[in-house]
Design a protein around this ligand. Structure first.
Ligand code: KG4
Ligand code: ZN
Length: 341
């Protein structure tokens, strides 16, 4: 099946062409620099940028894949969750293209696409569902942090999530308190490399709770009070590196320990992780170390597929078609608050 996929749920405009489980082309245009000025994503600006960028990005993906619109057999787009006006651009454009071509259209749940993205790998990227194993999956981004029990392909159940801030939000807000630019996650990752993770002892919220939930707002607050009481630390580059390493260690320890504990309890032998924070090198290394120690298989989404992209939307859409998914009627609408079950 030859499919055009579209993703515009937040601040990345992305289009991909997928054919028979292979990502033939994937184009992502990030708006991060535009939003950095405001210290976070501004929904209306995001929507306007999507509107401006959508057609050139879709054309670029089709050109790179060497396909014409007439050859497409289906169109897929993110239906939710996400910023309403941002979602609208890609979803309605996808429906319009499907209508014009008289081809099936499918709306995809953004987190469900993240959930299966660790099974996409190689060059060109290809879906490896033949290697699928029941797993516990960590989805960790700027907007979400959740644990999902994936029993079989397309059968999953959310077992826990954050009760306040997402882990990426915690990276970003802690970084802001240290005077780092938005988004601070990648900057903290880099600075932490030369810092001492044991320099400062920040709380590990819910680390020893037996549930699968997370909480990161207390950690952020403790960074705020700590810096209020020790402002001199922000005058030294090495102290900032130590702060970065210490905050990162607290976040990573909670994510890794709770993910592994859920996997052990549920008796699965595989752990997967995806979403923007999965780019974090310390998280990747610590998950690898813990999985190795416990003899679990670990599948991490490829770095290029961790942040938002249409390739994962296309791969899941195609899998759904093969699974007997019924064509979505074109009067369906976006679902900005769609929760993964
Ligand atoms: O998945 P994503 O692109 O967008 C959504 O939030 O849906 O994730 C962005 C988040 C931001 O909070 C960013 O700071 C964080 O992922 N992030 C990282 C790293 N790269 C991105 N956090 C820590 N270390 C990184 N290397
Ligand atoms: Zn995402």
């Amino acid at each position: 099946m030859l499919l055009l996929a579209i993703e515009t749920s937040c601040d990345e405009t992305s289009a991909a062409v997928v054919r028979d489980g292979v990502v033939c082309a994937s184009v992502v245009s990030s708006q991060i620099e535009m939003h950095a000025e405001y210290g976070g994503v501004v929904p209306e600006l995001a929507a306007r940028e999507h509107l401006r960028n959508f057609l050139p990005i879709a054309r670029a993906a089709m050109q790179e894949a060497g396909v014409t619109p007439a050859e497409l057999e289906a169109v897929a787009a993110t239906q939710g969750p996400g910023l309403p006006t941002a979602l609208l651009v890609g979803f309605k454009a996808g429906q319009a293209i499907a209508f014009a071509l008289r081809k099936p259209f499918i709306g995809i749940h953004h987190h469900e696409a993240h959930l299966y993205s660790p099974w996409i790998s190689g060059n060109p990227p290809r879906a490896h569902f033949e290697e699928f194993q029941p797993n516990v999956s960590l989805i960790v981004s700027g907007g979400h942090t959740m644990l999902v029990h994936v029993e079989s392909e397309l059968k999953h159940r959310v077992i826990g999530g954050t009760i306040d801030d997402a882990a990426g939000e915690c990276f970003d807000k802690a970084g802001k308190l240290m005077g780092l630019p938005y988004p601070a996650g990648p900057v903290i990752d880099r600075l932490a490399e030369l810092g001492n993770p044991k320099a400062y002892d920040f709380p590990r919220p819910l680390l020893n709770d037996t549930n699968d939930d997370f909480s990161f707002s207390g950690l952020k607050t403790s960074v705020r009070y700590f810096l209020r009481d020790h402002p001199v630390l922000l005058e030294s580059d090495q102290s900032i590196r130590d702060l970065c390493a210490s905050v990162q260690a607290a976040i990573v320890q909670v994510l890794v320990k709770k993910t592994l504990r859920a996997a052990q309890r549920l008796g699965v032998k595989c752990v997967t992780a995806s979403g923007g924070v999965t780019c974090n090198r310390n998280l990747r290394a610590e998950l690898a170390r813990a999985c190795n120690h416990n003899r679990f298989t670990l599948r991490l989404a490829d770095q290029s597929l961790c942040t938002d992209n249409a390739a994962m939307i296309g791969i899941l859409a195609e899998r759904k078609f093969f699974g007997g998914y019924e064509q979505m009627s074109l009067d369906k609408d976006i679902q900005p608050g769609w929760q993964l079950k």
